[in-house]
Design a protein around this ligand. Structure first.
Ligand SMILES: Cc1cc2nc3c(=O)[nH]c(=O)nc-3n(C[C@H](O)[C@H](O)[C@H](O)COP(=O)(O)OP(=O)(O)OC[C@H]3O[C@@H](n4cnc5c(N)ncnc54)[C@H](O)[C@@H]3O)c2cc1C
Length: 325
């Protein structure tokens, strides 16, 4: 929808065209080399290159900017069901999160169009994949252990094979350089627990667009000018990350709201993505009062010294046989 809208607003859109590399003149990005669907390669010059390549993280890889999150390394296995249980009324389309009974992971339950529901399980990477057989086996074992998922899919028909990802959260050290900007997953990826990915992709796109417009108007596309939004954006991502980590550490929103009813609206604001204001920071101190004794502080995303990281980490996506990305 956004791509079509951009085209309607006068943007020249080229689909089925692959960016092969970003062209640099010294430190400054000056354009891209692209290959169109007929195989022709050409160079396109640009004042600013926006890398929105998702988890391919084109520039982040090239410039070695990635910082892996020291805590959030999860895997997911999912499939799609037709005719699975749907709530009624205004909750029909509601996304639901269901904890696995052993509390090691959680299920997403996302009603889609055409009577299809996406049902997937997320858990720590090692627990989910190490020594456990095929993705189908893993999925079925976790499903059999979760009565709510059995119940919701009892009359449903599975309509695809099994998808899986090995997802480590990451962010780039920089959101921009001279003549280039990173947005969306090309900048960073955060654990999908609270479905924040699209919000963060849109927000970073919006902030980058404003900064680029100001830069072009001032004839200054330096890193400082087109990347000034980075610190504020990172603070917002940190707020969502903290909520995610608190959940994995056993934090209960229900109990918290019972103890601090005045903060219910603020917690709701955070969860729906009101992340870019310090107004919401008043929840953290009361949250800390609910911690169990000896709870370890949550390491920051720039603190990789706290855990042992595998030497060759990479996010991977596994598709069922015959499925095209
Ligand atoms: C398991 C899982 C569950 C998730 N659940 C949710 C959810 O419920 N809600 C939510 O908001 N988010 C969710 N997310 C996150 C969300 O999908 C992403 O954050 C979001 O899609 C990022 O948008 P993007 O535009 O940055 O990247 P993408 O949507 O990945 O788009 C990148 C685009 O760039 C193209 N591209 C890549 N390389 C090149 C190249 N060299 N040349 C040309 N084109 C290229 C790709 O083909 C793709 O079209 C989930 C993610 C995962 C892994």
């Amino acid at each position: 929808m956004m791509l079509r809208n951009a085209a309607e607003q006068g943007v020249e859109v080229q689909e089925e065209t692959r960016v092969l590399e970003v062209l640099f003149d010294g430190q400054k990005a000056v354009g891209v080399k692209v290959q169109n669907k007929d195989g022709n390669v050409e160079e396109v010059r640009a004042s600013v290159v926006v890398d929105a390549s998702g988890q391919s993280t084109m520039l982040q890889n090239r410039l070695k900017l990635r910082v892996w999150d020291p805590v959030l390394n999860k895997g997911a296995v999912w499939t799609y069901w037709e005719n699975a249980y749907r709530d009624t009324g205004k909750d029909e389309g509601a996304t639901i999160v269901i904890q696995t009974p052993n509390k090691k992971g959680w299920w997403w339950y996302i009603p889609l169009h055409n009577n299809v529901v996406s049902v997937g399980v997320v858990a720590p990477f090692d627990y989910l994949f190490k020594g456990r057989g095929s993705h189908e086996q893993i999925y079925n074992e976790e499903k059999e252990a979760t009565p709510d998922i059995i119940r919701r899919t009892a009359n449903a028909k599975r309509v695809t094979g099994y998808f899986a990802t090995k997802d480590y959260s990451y962010r780039s050290k920089e959101c921009a350089g001279d003549g280039w900007v990173l947005v969306g997953d090309a900048f960073g990826f955060l654990d999908p627990l609270y479905s924040s990915g699209v919000l963060l992709a849109l927000k970073s796109g919006e902030l980058a667009a404003d900064a680029i417009c100001a830069g072009l108007a001032a004839d200054d596309v330096s890193a400082a000018k087109i990347g000034g939004w980075g610190p504020n954006f990172n603070e917002g991502v940190d707020r969502m990350r903290r909520l995610v980590c608190e959940y994995y550490d056993g934090f209960s929103f229900g109990k918290f709201i019972k103890n601090f009813p005045d903060l219910k609206n603020t917690v709701t604001d955070l969860l729906i993505g009101d992340l870019f204001t310090d107004r919401v920071d008043k929840v953290w101190q009361p949250m800390q009062t609910t911690y169990e004794e000896n709870k370890k502080p949550i390491p920051t995303w720039t603190d990789p010294a706290t855990v042992e990281l595998p030497p060759a980490k990479a996010n991977e996506l596994f598709l069922p046989e015959g499925h095209r990305p």
